[in-house]
Structures are given as C-alpha cells and as structure tokens.
Design a protein around this ligand. Structure first.
Ligand code: PEP
Ligand code: MG
Length: 549
C-alpha cells in the first residue's frame, strides 16, 4: 500500500482499477519549404471541421449542462481568435506544414497564459488552447475522435485531461480521475464537480508511481490517492463515502431554507461568482443572490478592454437570471495577482501593495466610467448593488461618488434609464478601511468585508505564499477584531454588512459572525448549504475567539 498526495479538486470517494488515458500520437515535426497554398487549404478544411465538431458538442451540451457548453463555446471562439489565426497563417506563409503551424502557435499562446504566475484562471486557459490545437492536429492527421469508453469501472490517470476529453468520458465506468497537472479552477476540475465525480489534480511529484492495473482508492476532498489499499483503508474509504453521501443528502435539506438564527436574525447566504457560467451553481446550491461578482474575470480572458456594450450584455444577463435576488457586482479589481498583458501595468516590487484596483480606476477613470455606465444601463433588469474594492481612504470614496454623480448626470442627459434603487458599497479589505469604517460607513449603503485581503494586510502575510500559510489566518484575533469593529460601525451608521472573503464559508466562524450581527455571508456556491445550516444551528460564543492572544 502506498499513499500519494495531490490537490483534491472535486469531492467524493472512488475505488477501482487504475487506467491511463490512451493518447493518440499527435506529435508534430517541423517541415519547411511546403507550398503555402496547399497547406493553407488543408488548414482551412481542418478548421471548418473543428468548428463543426465544436458546434455539435456545444448544441448537445446546451441540453444537459451549461458549464460544459461554455467550454465548447470558448473553444469555438479560440478557433477564430485573431492572435491564434494570425500566428498560424504567418507560419503557413513561410512554408511550414499545417500541423506544425498550429502546434507552434498554440504553444506560444499557452506559454503566455501559463506564465501568468499565480493566476490559476489564466493558467487553466492554457489547457483550452492546447485542447483546440490537439483537435486541429488530430483532424489534420486524419485520426478519428479519441474514445474514452471502458468495459469496466476505472479510475482514469492522465498527464492532463483536456476539457473535451473530460466531457466525452464514459460516465458509467469512469469513477474518478487523477491528473499530473491542472488546478482546481481548470475546466476539467469544474466539469468533474458538475458531473459529481472525484478528481485529484497536480500530482506532479509522485505521479509516475501510479501503475496501470493496480487498485486505487481516491478521496477528492483530501487529494489522497491510495495505491493497493489495505482492507482497513478500504473500510475507512467506504465509511468516508457513506458520510459524504449522507452529507450531500443533509445539505439538500438546507439549501432551500432561509438562513435564520435561533434569535430570529435573517442572514442572506449569497454566492461568489466569476461569470455567467457560475449562475447555474447559484441556483443548484440555493443561493439567496450573488454577494460578490468578481467582474475582473470579464477583463482577464481577453486581449483588450471589454466595451461598454459587451459588459452591459453580461451584467444584464446576470441580473435578469437572478432577479429578484440581489446581485453585488464588484468593480474591476485589477493588478496584483490579476494581470493581463493589455493592462500595461509595469512590474512592481510589491504588487499587492501597489498600483491596483480602485487606485488604477481613480487614476484612469475612463476604465471605471465604462464599467459603471454598463452596470447602470443593466440595472433596470434586476436587483443591482455595486461595490468598490481595495478602499483605504475617505477621499477615494468621495472620488467614486463624484464620478458616479457625473455618470448618472450623463445618462439622464442621454435619456438612458437606470434604476434609482442601486445600492453602492465598499469592500473592507485593508486595515485602514476597517479602522476608519465609522467614517466610511456614513458615505455608503453597505460594507462587505473581504477577509482574504484583510487577513493578508493585517497579518503582513502574502496570501499566495505557501511557506507562511500558518501566518495567513483569517481566524486570528487581530483579523476578527477588525471584522467586529467594521460590523459595529456599519450598524451604528444604519447600513448592512457582509463578509465575502473565503472565511465566510468557514463554519467554525459562523457563531462569531452571528454574534456580531453579520447580515450577509457570500461564499463559493457549493458552500451555501453548509453555511445556511451553520447559521440556522448557530449558538453565538465569539468572546472566546476574540480573547485568544
Ligand atoms: C477578499 O479580498 O477577501 C476578496 C473577496 O477579494 P479577492 O479574493 O477577489 O481579492
Ligand atoms: Mg480582495
């Protein structure tokens, strides 16, 4: 028996024979001096076939699973992406073989995505580019679609499972999968969660020790892979599986309940989302709304700033689909770990404390102006709240308010309707904002505490640095004191206060949050039922937490 560890990316337990995903030979060698006209013709036929395959996959997926459909839609867009196409055509014009032109261009693009250090989302997009490239090369080489059918239950191992391979998995016989690379935000992990099968990613160090044909037991929550498990371990995994299923069942009971404490305080349990693709999950986990739409994701997956119209359409759809539930859209939180080449932000010694978020938006107001115009135009389609990130000073809030007044004035002059009900709030995610929250609270309609950054800045512990993970503790009394101070100041000013950092989902803190009267907890969709349950069952006892240290 041997225990290997990766990152648990989709919860659940499975035990079966290990099988490696058979990969067709898609290797490509460089051949030059070919007739560009012939290779261009081969490429355009392959691109047309790829487009038609993706359209079929998209239509099929639309009927069953919107998240999957979105993957194919993204691949379809990639096929027509100007950077991708121009790179290929350039190589073809130099007499390269079409297979090489595709693979060379895809490699270049995916390297750019992968190099976005710390940006898991963009790194996951590298897998999408590779997926499109494999599809084109397979067609160019005349290889039929790869099959992932099995005649008995298996746990599948692969270097990386491309999104399109994940979708075509034989759902009856593939009980789970383990990959050498990948992250918990890669499409494959997202799809595994949608399919409800366990998935473990990032097995790098030990991966080669997974011998095909051996029996493995995997736990998609802990990231454990047990090779040739003993009887005792198998019994333990069976017990975990039973507990996991019971948990899911119990969670089903809570997801549609209102989160009301025994003292009668109603808490809105909302979802954190990054785009339209997450809305289905908000409904399936019983979210009372959206407490944090990280709008920067709209900006990251592109080569230029999104237009007012493009943003308007996205906000309109989010608001319409969630109406009458409230949706809090956070304005652009660029910089630090969220970068794209077109932002043109120069490298900084200390980006988390550098030119980011509201600091950029107030220096370059046209960016924020476009976003707020799009948001206000969309506001008539649902229940919109807007919040501003990384506030440290009162004058920033005043700056935002005067920009808002200007935009509202312009819209009125242009006779463009917008809702008067929109609430405007700020994030409390710096110690400065928490300490000044009495003053800031008088300026806005709500406060939302971003405990990820608040912990990072309070504890002086980089949230991305694994070596000091134990210093980055959102439950440290220093952080909790600031959270409590913020809640008291919000209520003294007569406004509501929420928590939208990851620790909103930490049910060990729910008693504390209830004790200080938090009005909204915004968490990853899958965490909604457990948070509702914790609120309903809460028994406040925060004093203990605050006295530590
Ligand atoms: C936070 O800082 O807690 C937060 C919610 O914002 P983000 O994680 O996107 O920085
Ligand atoms: Mg933050």
């Amino acid at each position: 028996m041997r225990i290997l560890n990766g990152i648990g990316a989709s919860p659940g337990i499975a035990e079966a024979e290990l099988t490696w995903l058979a990969q067709p030979d898609l290797s490509v060698t460089r051949v030059n001096g070919l007739d560009p006209a012939v290779e261009k013709e081969r490429y355009s036929r392959a691109a047309a076939q790829a487009a038609s395959e993706l359209d079929t996959l998209y239509t099929r997926a639309c009927e069953t699973d919107a998240a999957t459909a979105q993957v194919f839609e993204f691949h379809r867009m990639m096929l027509e992406d100007p950077d991708f196409c121009d790179g290929i055509v350039e190589a073809l014009e130099q007499g390269s073989k079409a297979e090489w032109a595709v693979s060379h261009t895809a490699e270049g693009l995916s390297k750019i995505f992968s190099a976005m250090d710390g940006d898991e989302y963009m790194q996951a997009r590298a897998a999408d580019v590779q997926d499109v490239s494999r599809r084109l090369i397979r067609i160019l080489k005349g290889i039929h679609d790869e099959s992932t059918k099995f005649d008995h239950p298996v746990i599948l191992a692969a270097d990386d499972l491309l999104p399109s391979q994940t979708v075509r998995l034989d759902k009856k016989n593939v009980l789970g999968f383990v990959t050498k690379y990948g992250s918990s935000t890669s499409h494959s992990a997202i799809l595994a969660r949608t399919l409800g099968i366990p998935c473990i990613v990032s097995m790098e160090a030990d991966f080669e020790q997974l011998i095909p044909g051996s029996t493995v037991a995997i736990d998609g929550s802990t990231g454990q892979v047990v090779v040739n498990p003993s009887k005792e371990v198998l019994a333990e995994f069976k017990a975990r599986q039973t507990a996991h299923q019971a948990d899911r069942l119990a969670m089903g009971l809570y997801k549609d309940r209102a989160a009301v404490t025994q003292a009668g305080h109603k808490v809105l349990v909302a979802a954190n989302i990054g785009g339209l693709e997450d809305i289905d999950a908000v409904f399936s986990y019983g979210g009372d709304g959206v407490g944090l739409f990280r709008s920067e994701f709209i900006y990251l997956n592109r080569t230029d700033f999104p237009s007012e119209e493009a943003q308007f359409l996205i906000y309109k759809e989010v608001l319409e689909r969630l109406a009458p539930r409230p949706v809090v859209v956070r304005t652009l939180d660029l910089g630090s770990d969220k970068q794209a080449p077109y932002f043109g932000i120069e490298g900084e010694e200390n980006p988390a404390m550098g030119y980011r978020a509201i600091r950029i938006c107030l220096k370059e107001p046209h960016i924020l102006r476009t976003q707020i115009r799009a948001l206000l135009r969309a506001s008539v389609y649902g229940n919109l709240n807007v919040m501003f990130p990384m506030i440290t000073q009162l004058r920033q809030v005043r700056g935002i308010k005067s920009l808002l007044a200007e935009i509202q004035h312009d819209l009125k002059a242009e006779r463009i309707p917008f809702s008067q009900e929109v609430q405007y709030g700020i994030m409390i995610e710096t110690p400065a904002a928490a300490i000044m929250s009495d003053v800031l609270a008088r300026e806005v309609d709500f406060l939302s505490i971003g405990t990820n950054d608040l912990t990072q800045y309070t504890m002086a512990a980089d949230r991305m640095n694994a070596r000091i993970r134990d210093q980055f503790d959102p439950a440290d009394p220093a952080v909790l004191r600031l959270v409590k101070l913020t809640a008291q100041n919000a209520h003294a000013a007569g406004i509501w206060v929420g928590v939208c950092g990851e620790s909103a989902a930490n049910t060990a803190l729910t008693n504390f949050y209830m004790d200080i009267g938090i009005d909204e907890l915004s968490v990853a969709p899958a965490a909604i039922p457990s948070v509702k349950r914790a609120v309903i069952e809460s028994a406040p006892e925060s004093a203990n937490l605050l006295q530590i240290g």
